[in-house]
Design a protein around this ligand. Structure first.
Ligand code: PBG
Length: 340
């Protein structure tokens, strides 16, 4: 029975009606708020390409964590800007590394807040890649002033697993509750699971950045975390944006290796991947609304080309509608405030 018997506009007439039949709702419980922790004290340095997002020293990060918790957002994810970078990513796995120090401080002050640790090496490597580089320009000597051609270096997979595992164990020891590997090396979930179990942490869950695409939408993050690769790009380890079926295989492998939760990243340009992952896998599913997604909304809003709050809430509800149970978002605090 079509029109005029069916008039879908009947249920859109008032906000009360619309609210009654609404299929998807946002709640602060599903948000995860990213924090960028840097050395020093009293530091709150705004990221140029991400207005409203800051590099925070540990003391400021604790304040921020308190605020996040008070808004009903259950979790943060920590990224670190180390004092020094080297070719072994020492700052990632050192027990006094910046993320470890932040985790300890936040745990002792804001006990109930869940702390996720982003496990990756790019922020801590002098070359900015997510794994160990064989034949980096430094080791090629002074003659290699120009960036090396692809053939001249390799991001080695298996040796990187050892450093990632060390990082995961060290973060857990410091109080991180959930380990979130974002490096995209093959086999890292299994390696980290084994290392955590071996170190006496069988109860620490792993949230795998399972389908992480090589995306231009990470641009502003690389400024925020000072992690842009010094040569080449991340296409030899992160996924080709064109590949859907491969994303399903990536997720499947991470599940087999022992992931407790899975993630698709970025979010908005990859809603089809989120929806399919929701259909196929029964693990809690996260989506990361990344720095570029945030920056685009902020930039357009600053020009008064879009209604900022409206687009912010719409982007989040649509990521939920696609099937994400958790959303990592720079809007976590503001969205929670609006929902209160
Ligand atoms: C580390 C990492 C990145 C992001 C999260 N973890 C950057 C990258 O892979 O280049 C991106 C997050 C964002 O853009 O908001 N590998």
């Amino acid at each position: 029975m079509a029109f005029p018997a069916n008039r879908l506009r009947r249920l859109r007439r008032t906000e009360t009606l619309r609210s009654m039949v609404r299929e998807t709702r946002l709640t602060p419980e599903s948000f995860v708020y990213p924090l960028f922790v840097c050395p020093g004290s009293g530091i709150r340095k705004e990221v140029r390409s991400m207005p409203g997002v800051f590099n925070l020293s540990v003391d400021e990060a604790v304040k921020e964590a308190r605020e996040v918790h008070a808004l009903g957002v259950p979790s943060i994810i920590l990224f670190g800007l180390p004092e020094h970078k080297d070719e072994a990513a020492t700052g990632a796995w050192a027990d006094d590394g910046i993320v470890q120090r932040a985790a300890r401080a936040i745990k002792s002050e804001v006990r109930d807040l869940l702390i996720m640790g982003d496990v990756c090496l790019c922020e801590y490597m002098s070359h900015g890649h997510c794994g160990i580089v064989k034949s980096s320009p430094q080791s090629l000597g002074a003659a290699a002033a120009a960036p090396p051609a692809t053939a001249e270096y390799e991001i080695v997979n298996d040796a990187s697993l050892e450093l990632l595992s060390r990082t995961a164990v060290s973060q857990t020891r410091a109080g991180v509750d959930i380990i979130a590997p974002s490096d995209m090396m093959d086999g890292r979930v299994g390696a980290i699971r084994k290392a955590l179990d071996h170190a006496g942490y069988p109860n620490t869950p792993i949230l795998a950045y399972a389908a992480k695409f090589a995306s231009g939408f990470y641009g502003p993050f690389r400024e925020a975390a000072d992690s842009a690769p010094q040569f080449g790009d991340r296409r030899s380890y992160q996924m080709d944006p064109a590949n859907f079926r491969e994303a399903m295989r990536e997720i499947e492998l991470d599940v087999e290796e022992g992931a407790d939760m899975i993630m698709v990243k970025p979010a908005m340009p990859y809603l089809d991947v989120i929806a399919a992952a929701r259909e196929r896998f029964d693990l809690p599913l996260a989506a990361y609304q990344v720095s570029g997604e945030y920056a685009m909304i902020e930039a357009a809003a600053r020009n008064q080309w879009i209604d900022r709050e409206r687009v912010m809430m719409e982007s989040l509800v649509c990521i939920r509608r696609a099937g994400a149970s958790m959303i990592l978002t720079y809007y976590a605090k503001e969205a929670a405030r609006l929902l209160a």
